[in-house]
Design a protein around this ligand. Sequence first.
Ligand SMILES: Nc1nc2c(ncn2[C@@H]2O[C@H](COP(=O)(O)OP(=O)(O)OP(=O)(O)O)[C@@H](O)[C@H]2O)c(=O)[nH]1
Ligand SMILES: [Mg+2]
Length: 288
Amino acid sequence: MKFAEKIKALFRRNKLSEETFEDLADLLIEGDMGAALAFEIVDSLKAACKKEGISDPDAAKAKLKELLRPYIKTATFELDPGKLNIVLILGVNGVGKTTSCAKLAQWAGRQYPGNNVILAAGDTFRAAAIDQLKIHGERLGIRVVAQQHGSDPGAVLWDAIDAAAAAGAQLVIADTAGRMHTRSDLVKELAKLDRVVSQRADQANYRKLLVLDATTGQNAMRQAETFHEAVKVDGVIMTKYDSTSKGGMIIAVSRQFGLPTLFLGTGEKYENLQPFNIDAYLEDFVGE
Ligand SMILES: Nc1nc2c(ncn2[C@@H]2O[C@H](COP(=O)(O)OP(=O)(O)OP(=O)(O)O)[C@@H](O)[C@H]2O)c(=O)[nH]1
Ligand SMILES: [Mg+2]
C-alpha cells in the first residue's frame, strides 16, 4: 500500500479518537520522520483539533497537511547569471551522485538554454567513476573535465573552473567520491576540497548539494549531520524517490538541519529529476 493510502485509511475512520492519534504517530515514524518529530507533530495536531473543535477526520487530515507545511524548507535552484556557478555533489557511496550530476547538467542546460555546462570528474578515487561520468557527458553532449584515476580532486576542480572561464561556461557541476559519513578521514578530505574550491573561486556562486537516498530511512539523518557539519551543505537531492512511497526524511532533514530539498530523483533516466514541489510532496505524503 502506498504510504499516503495508509494515512488516508487512518483518517477514513468514523471519528477521531486517541487511537487515531497514536496510530498516526506510528505511521509518521514508519514514514521516516523520526520518533521525536512524529510525536511533536501529532501533539500539535491534537492540540489544534481540540482548540478548533475539529472532530471530522477529513478536516483533521487537512489540518495535518497545514501543520506539516511550515516544517518543510524550500528553495529553488537558480543560476546567478553574473557569476560562475559551481555545484559540488556530495554523499555516501551509491546514493546516486554521479547520476544526479548528469541529470542536473541536462536539467540546467534546458532551463538555461545557451548556457554551457561543464561536468567535473571529481571522483578520482573509484577507478570506473571517471569513465562513468565521461559516458554521461558523451550521451548528453556535455563537456567533462577529468584527470587520471588517483589524482587530486582539488586539481580537477581547478581545471574545470579554468575551463569554464575559458569557454564562458556559467555552470560547473562536480562529482565527488562516495564517502561513508562514518569515515572521518574521508570527510576531512571533503572539507579540504571545499576549502580549495572556496579559495579558488571566491567570486563564484558556489553551492554544495548533498545526495540522500530516499530508501535509506533514518540513517540519512546521520549522513546529513556529518556532511553539514563538515562543509555546510546548501541543500539536498533526494534520489530513488521512485523506489519508496515514504518521504518523511525530507521533513526531518529540513526540521533538524534547515536543509531544503531542491530536487527529487525519480528514476534512472536523465529526465527523472524534478524540482521539489511542496504541494505535490504533501499530496504524496498525506494524500489529497
Ligand atoms: N530508481 C532510481 N535509481 C537511481 C536514482 N538515482 C540514481 N539511481 C541509481 O543508483 C545507482 C547508483 O548511482 P550512482 O550515480 O552511480 O551513485 P553514486 O553515488 O555516484 O555511487 P558511488 O560513486 O559509487 O558512490 C545507479 O544504478 C543509478 O541508476 C533515482 O532517482 N531512482
Ligand atoms: Mg559516483
